[in-house]
Design a protein around this ligand. Sequence first.
Ligand code: 5RP
Length: 245
Amino acid sequence: MANIHNSLPQKEKAKALAAKKALEDFVFDDFVVGIGTGSTIKYFIKALSELVAQDELEIITVPSSFETHLELARSGLSVSTLVEFPELDTYVDSADIVTEDYVLIKGGGGALTMEKIMAKAAKEFIIIIDDSKYPQDLLSHHVPIEILPLAVNTVVEPIYNLGGEFKLRYVKGKIGPVTSDNGNVLGDINFNQYYNPKEIEMALNNIPGVIENGIFTLDIHRLIIGKPDSVEVIDRPSSQSIKEQ
Ligand code: 5RP
């Protein structure tokens, strides 16, 4: 039988390998597994559903977005929420970029708020990426942000005062700015000068009307970097557990 992996473009192969590694080495029976959002995570869901269908793994999943929920349900996986499971054994997600100091920029898919909540709720936070995303410069990616709809104009000046230029997010096929699964408005901020990620992450969230932003400075436990034919795991044992024991 043809190996599907061989027919994938290089970047997709890299994503698939990172996803497989996370699943094989860090997901165990009876785990409650938080599942991120995006094209890399789709490979994780596919591999997960195959293992579960073969009775080789029994887990409960908690999705970080409606799209991921749909994928999990279509794949026949058992789905729950943070209401039933406020503590996740592990949370596997991807990122838009990862800096050399392991700061993540997330939210390209618009799921940043749930993603940050889930990362905080997890005993282990694992990031899977292809090798084009690490290490990347902090300024190489805009910062996604979720805003309460009636605050879209009041946040502009405070964001500007922090050094950022705020733009609403628009896409083809939708009239008006993109909204999140939570019914809020999504935007993106461009910073032209280096900023302190921890300070700006907090300062943005202090602006009235900002729900969450896509700078993730919380500790990740593992970074799994897929390359077309190999995979690298960076363990961060010195990092504090996300959920203090
Ligand atoms: C969604 C995210 C995703 O993790 C990020 O956009 C990466 O997606 P992809 O795997 O498609 O590159 O933060 O909100």
